[in-house]
Design a protein around this ligand. Sequence first.
Ligand code: PRP
Ligand code: URA
Length: 206
Amino acid sequence: MVIESQHPLVKEKLTALRDINSHPQIFRSLVNDLSTLLCYEATKDLQMVENSVETPMGTAVGKKVNQTVGLIPILRAGLGMVDSMLTLIPEAQVWHIGLYRNEETLEPVSYYNKLPQDPTVDLCYVLDPMLATGGSAVATVDVIKKWGVKTIKFVGLLAAPEGVKALQEAHPDVDIHIAHIDSHLNEIGYIVPGLGDAGDRQFGTI
Ligand code: PRP
Ligand code: URA
């Protein structure tokens, strides 16, 4: 399932994020805000159990989440989405996956993975602002499935139709939560109109 956000605040903040004049401090703040809004939507089917607490007036029968959540930011650009998700789910585990795209082949190259042998979470949110060819997302989901986690969701900011198709074909069970699906990829694999290089713009490395 592909869930493209229709929220007015997502649309407004995404527009500011794309703006070439949004310098890294603003860019990081917008990535953080957008991730909060998308996290709200992406977590709405977390499993819960009953949890009663005592209020000053009596007993309130409430709920608590009973799934262990893993956040999987794809380095580097996914890092900017972690803090907002951790604010909402403070007990989540964060497992980093290091991948970069080979600029000529556009294939993902793995450089960091410290997952332990056995899975330690019930479900994973793969975090990456950009779903371009989809190669990085597909490779990351491959790794997580091999680790043994069955419930996986992708949370991103911008996608190209090519990336959505690639991820859906490789992993039809993985829901894609995205702020917007753009027009297309250009000849060097960048999303158009997109926002440029999400890693460089967050970390000021242009
Ligand atoms: C960017 C982005 C994704 C990937 C998307 O990372 O953050 O991880 O490209 O492209 P794909 O869908 O075609 O795989 P990049 O390789 O630029 O690395 P960085 O985050 O370290 O800058
Ligand atoms: N990675 C980015 O950062 N931007 C794109 O448009 C494509 C891949």
